[in-house]
Design a protein around this ligand. Sequence first.
Ligand code: PXL
Length: 289
Amino acid sequence: MRNPVPKVAAIHDISGYGRGSLTTVIEVLATMGIQPCPIPTAVLSTHTGGFEDYKFIDLTDELPEYINHWDKLNIDFEAIYSGFLGSKKQIEIVIDFIKRFKREEQYVIIDPVLGDNGKTYDTFGTEMVKKMRKLVKNADIITPNITEAKFLLDKEENIIKSDETAKEWLKELSSFGPEMVVITSVPGYKNKERTSVLSYQKKDNRFWKVDCDYVPANFPGTGDLFTSILVGSLLTGDSLPMAIDRAVQFISMAVRTTYGYDFPEREGVLIERVLANLNLPISGKSYEI
Ligand code: PXL
């Protein structure tokens, strides 16, 4: 039986306060008419980007039984989507989940969360990077930011200076396995006032670039927002460049809306004020081929 509402198995942590990971995934997917089915890998009182002394409850050891129960229920998903994973063991659990729940015409989307601004996050070292390379082999779509792309490809610098280098990086990442590769947060190499999202689709060897204004702010959770919108768009029938356009346009609007208030950056972008705009038609004017 075809699912009347598409289902997504969403493997992420949940932070009670601060926006990001599962709270963002659930809000975005539900707004786009998709059923989020969470597999919470950890519960935190807040996310870690700007809050201190947060309570962290690791659920790694609970996951096998949780997943075994789903296996017995014989349920299936239009997509499997994973983000921040706290340990090498969690990565193995996700690889096993994909093997057990993989089916035809399904998207496996991996956001290989490892770091930002040129550095890995505090708790991640080279071992985690190696494991993440293994995980992305199992994906149809990956969405690293430029720092994560640099680590996955073991490049010296997190700089892309030309269309040629952009194509090289995208193709190299897709040679790991994924059919579609999207690199986010690339500083504009033609115009410094802009930030680019670069993408590649292997089956027809096509490349796209979507630019947006550079914003001098660092709102936590925008990576989760981006990939969640991409998942929702692809599942509702958008092409890859249209899905990226939708994500970029929505995030630009959310950031502009948030900027208008005097509000702590660590609370993330005020997506609830603009969530309904996710379903507006988009022009598709901003992507370059
Ligand atoms: O979206 C990345 C992320 C996920 N989960 C937790 C985080 C962060 C980024 O700060 O703190 C707990």
